[in-house]
Design a protein around this ligand. Sequence first.
Ligand SMILES: NC(=O)c1ccc[n+]([C@@H]2O[C@H](COP(=O)([O-])OP(=O)(O)OC[C@H]3O[C@@H](n4cnc5c(N)ncnc54)[C@H](OP(=O)(O)O)[C@@H]3O)[C@@H](O)[C@H]2O)c1
Length: 262
Amino acid sequence: MTQTTVVSTRFAGRIALVSGGAKGIGRAIAMQLAGEGADVAIVVRSDRTAAESTAAEMRALGRQALVCLCDLTDSAAVAALVAEVENGLGPIDVLVNNAGFGAPGALLTLSEESWDQVIIGNLKSCFLLSVAVARRMQSRKLGAIVNIAGASAHRSYPGAGAYGPAKAAVVSLTVQMSLEWASHGIRVNGVSPGPIREAGSGWEAREVALAEEVSRLPLKRAGQPTEVAKAVAYLCSDDASYTTGQMLIVDGGGVNTWYLAG
Ligand SMILES: NC(=O)c1ccc[n+]([C@@H]2O[C@H](COP(=O)([O-])OP(=O)(O)OC[C@H]3O[C@@H](n4cnc5c(N)ncnc54)[C@H](OP(=O)(O)O)[C@@H]3O)[C@@H](O)[C@H]2O)c1
């Protein structure tokens, strides 16, 4: 029997901006959106080499791709970034706030500087970019925004002092934006990944403690960046046209368990 491959064009003619889209989860999201027809701008702080490599892969798919360098914690730089993307590709239809990072540090020993870095790098960056883009989206009465939080937003992780609070605040910000911007035709949702690692990359040997925890997840494996990307693409697409203010937790079922804490 002949097998038919269905190629999705959900984002044909649309412009997407993916922060941190050069590597890891962000790269998978950028590639997923480009694969479904979007022209994509990816933003990194400094790693232009990784960003250009991802952009080249998107161009090979026949898409337009733009690489932008910007520190998303700087409001003036963010305003210039949005203008650069709109001048280069056109009005932004889809924004994915993926840039962020964790840093270990129990609360009793966490420095004030580390606290500020994690809160600002995960939360303020999401706020600044979302507002700058939503101001443009509201005049067109359309737009979809997806914020990447993390399973740590929904269950606390010992020793991850500022990260859980920062990501929990991203969840709250997602709901806040969804309520304030619904009347402007802008949907805002979020995805919370659990442990995400490239299969076959040998990460288990480098991160032994995490590998042990992962073995106790209901699905007993780490997730793939593409598994997060597909959830993000759904929420960005018209398939989710009646969904706003929601979090999709992509974590192998870990958030529902009590037996993970060591
Ligand atoms: N990987 C996981 O297991 C996991 C689990 C739960 C949640 N998450 C969340 O998922 C997202 C992606 O994680 P990942 O592990 O794929 O990240 P990653 O590989 O470390 O990549 C992070 C990207 O974000 C960019 N970035 C960070 N801060 C930035 C800033 N201030 N301005 C501009 N760009 C900035 C980085 O650019 P440069 O390289 O140029 O600095 C890089 O391209 C993050 O929000 C993370 O918290 C990840």
